[in-house]
Write a protein that binds this ligand. Structure first.
Ligand code: CP
Length: 334
C-alpha cells in the first residue's frame, strides 16, 4: 500500500502520471474515481486552500470528505508509544488511525512543527504515526514538507512554459521576511521538486543559518545527480535573480535558532529587503513568480509583483485541486 508522504518516495514516472491525470481533471472536473469512497482530513493547523480543495476535490470525484480538528472538534491525541496518558490527550494514535481506517478509504493529515525543538519536529512524528497505524493510504497535507504544493507548483510551471520538461530553467527559491518564524516545509519541498525536475536551483537566503535541513539538502543533491541541473546556495540577491526563469518565495525560521526565536529576530528584521519587488524581478529572464499562499502583501512580495502577469500564484493554488484529485484517485484505487 502506497502513501503520499513525500514526492521523494515516488518515482519520476509515477509523479509524471499524477501530473498527467491532474491535467485531465483540469480539463474535465467531474469523475467517479472516488464513488462511494471517503477521506478523513485531519487538521492540527488552519487552512484555506488545502481544506477547500480536498473537500471539493473528493466531492467532484463522487467521494465524501470528513474534516476533523483534534483538540477542537475531535479528541486530543497522544503520539508517544508507551505514554501514561494522564495529560490532555484522550486517545492514542494507535486507536485513532485504526478506527479512521475502518471508516475512510484515505486519511490525510496536516501537522505543523511545534517550533520548540527541531530535532523533535524533524521526525515528523504525527504524520509517520498515522502512516504506521493506518491500514489505508495516508496523504501529507503539510507537515515538514508539502508535497501536494510541489505538484501544483510544477503543474503551473509546465503550463506557463508550455512544456513538461523544466530542465535548464534557472529556479530561485528565495527566503523572504515575515514577522514570525515560519515552517520550512514549503522551502524543503520547493528545493526537492525543483531539483527533481532537473532545474538549475539557487537557494537564496540571508545567511548560512537559513540553509535548510541536511535531509532536504541531501535529497536535492541526490536529485541533481539523477536528474541533471544544479544546486547552489547564495546570499547575493542580484546574483541570484539575474537570469532567473522562476522566482519562488517563502519565509522560514533559521534552524540553528529553532525554539530560540528572540535570538533569530534581529537577523530576520535586518533582511526585510529580501522582499520580492519589481526591481528584483527586472533582473530575471522575464521570470515567473509564485508563492504557495497565504502571502502578506508588501512584506513578502509587493502589490506590483503580485498583480503582475508574471505572478502565477493563483494558477498554482487552483492546481492544488487538480493534483490532489489525481493523488486521491491513484491512492484509493491502487
Ligand atoms: N498553500 C496552502 O497549503 O494553503 P493553506 O495553508 O491555506 O491550506
Amino acid at each position: 500500500m502506497k502513501h503520499f508522504l513525500n514526492t521523494q518516495d515516488w518515482t519520476r514516472p509515477e509523479l509524471d502520471a499524477l501530473l498527467g491525470q491532474a491535467a485531465k481533471f483540469k480539463r474535465s472536473k467531474l469523475g467517479d474515481q472516488l464513488k462511494g469512497k471517503a477521506i478523513a482530513l485531519v487538521f492540527f493547523n488552519p487552512s484555506l486552500r488545502t481544506r477547500t480543495s480536498f473537500e471539493l476535490g473528493a466531492f467532484q470525484l463522487g467521494g465524501h470528505a470528513v474534516v476533523l480538528q483534534p483538540g477542537k472538534d475531535a479528541w486530543p491525541i497522544e503520539f508517544n508509544p508507551g505514554a501514561v496518558m494522564d495529560g490532555d490527550a484522550e486517545e492514542h494514535i494507535a486507536e485513532v488511525a485504526r478506527v479512521l481506517s475502518r471508516y475512510a478509504d484515505l486519511i490525510a493529515v496536516r501537522a505543523f512543527p511545534k517550533f520548540q525543538d527541531w530535532s523533535v519536529d524533524r521526525e515528523d512524528t504525527v504524520l509517520r504515526s498515522f502512516a504506521k497505524y493506518s491500514t489505508v493510504p495516508v496523504i501529507n497535507l503539510e507537515t515538514i514538507t508539502h508535497p501536494c504544493q510541489e505538484l501544483a507548483h510544477v503543474m503551473a510551471l509546465q503550463e506557463h512554459f508550455k512544456t513538461p520538461d523544466l530542465r535548464g530553467k534557472k529556479f530561485v527559491l528565495t527566503w523572504t521576511y515575515h514577522p514570525k518564524p515560519l515552517n520550512t516545509a514549503v522551502a524543503n519541498s520547493a528545493l526537492t521538486i525543483a531539483t527533481r525536475m532537473g532545474m538549475d536551483v539557487t537557494l537564496l537566503c540571508p545567511t548560512p543559518d537559513y540553509v535548510l535541513d541536511e535531509r532536504y539538502m541531501g535529497w536535492a543533491a541526490d536529485n541533481v545527480r539523477e536528474s541533471g541541473g544544479s544546486l547552489q546556495v547564495s546570499h547575493d540577491i542580484a546574483q541570484a535573480y539575474t537570469g532567473a526563469d522562476v522566482v519562488y518565495a517563502k519565509s522560514w525560521g533559521a534552524l540553528p535558532y529553532f525554539g530560540r526565536w528572540d535570538a533569530e529576530k534581529p537577523i530576520r528584521e535586518a533582511h526585510r529587503h529580501f522582499i520580492v519587488d519589481e526591481a528584483k524581478m527586472a533582473l530575471t529572464n522575464s521570470g515567473v513568480f509564485s508563492h504557495c499562499l497565504p502571502l502578506r502583501r508588501n512584506v513578502k512580495a509587493t502589490d506590483g509583483v503580485m498583480d503582475s502577469p508574471a505572478c502565477i500564484a493563483i494558477e498554482e493554488a487552483e492546481n492544488r485541486l487538480h493534483v490532489q484529485k489525481a493523488i486521491m484517485a491513484a491512492l484509493a484505487n491502487q
